[in-house]
Ligand binder design. Structure first.
Ligand code: SF4
Ligand code: SF4
Length: 188
């Protein structure tokens, strides 16, 4: 089953897996209702439920399509229910949502709410350390092309609650014009 986000330009990862497995940032959250908990598109939710995820874990969002996952308590913080803290693995990795596939990239509203922008979250230690390198700059262009591909942009437009609020930790690298024009502004 093809559970990926259909596009002519596959999304490549730049961060080596062993770096992520030894990092403790992703998939963990400080609050049970963290706005940063991953949001699944409608089809991503259907795919996860088809593979056994509890439908009650998915909170419907205002776009009436996407859903945010319900976090669960773990030690002094909260984790995604699909995260396995003992191994630092995602148990739905092949069908993890676009929101997770893109990280440390994130799309969000600009600070004044007038645009949809793409940025790199400085909370990711690899992203913060490498963003100025030639390889990372090349990767930024690849991610922009991916997000602006027709099929991915169409999915985001249909599931526009994926577009998060402005976060000051995210370094903006690009304005997403089509998404800006086709989705509600942050203030609407
Ligand atoms: S914060 Fe960055 S390095 Fe750490 S797990 Fe997430 S993507 Fe990997
Ligand atoms: S779906 Fe997977 S990658 Fe995304 S937050 Fe949950 S465990 Fe992490």
């Amino acid at each position: 089953m093809d559970t990926s986000n259909p596009t002519n330009t596959p999304l490549y990862q730049i961060i080596p897996s062993d770096v992520c497995f030894s990092c403790d940032v992703c998939c963990r959250f400080l609050e049970v209702d963290s706005p940063l908990a991953p949001i699944f598109t409608e089809i991503e939710t259907e795919n996860a439920v088809a593979q056994g995820a509890d439908p009650a874990l998915f909170y419907p969002q205002v776009d009436a399509k996407s859903a945010q996952i319900q976090l669960k308590s773990y030690n002094d913080f909260y984790i995604c229910p699909f995260f396995e803290p003992e191994t630092s693995h995602c148990t739905i990795y092949p069908i993890r949502p676009l929101d997770c596939q893109l990280y440390p990239f994130a799309f969000m509203h600009s600070e004044d709410g007038s645009e949809v922008v793409l940025g790199v979250d400085n909370l990711c230690p690899f992203g913060e350390a490498h963003i100025e390198t030639e390889a990372f700059q090349k990767h930024i262009r690849h991610v922009i092309n991916y997000v602006e591909s027709e099929s991915v942009t169409a999915q985001i437009i249909a599931n526009w609650s994926l577009i998060g609020d402005y976060q000051e930790t995210v370094e903006i690298v690009h304005t997403l014009g089509q998404l800006t024009d086709a989705t509600p502004t942050a203030n609407s």
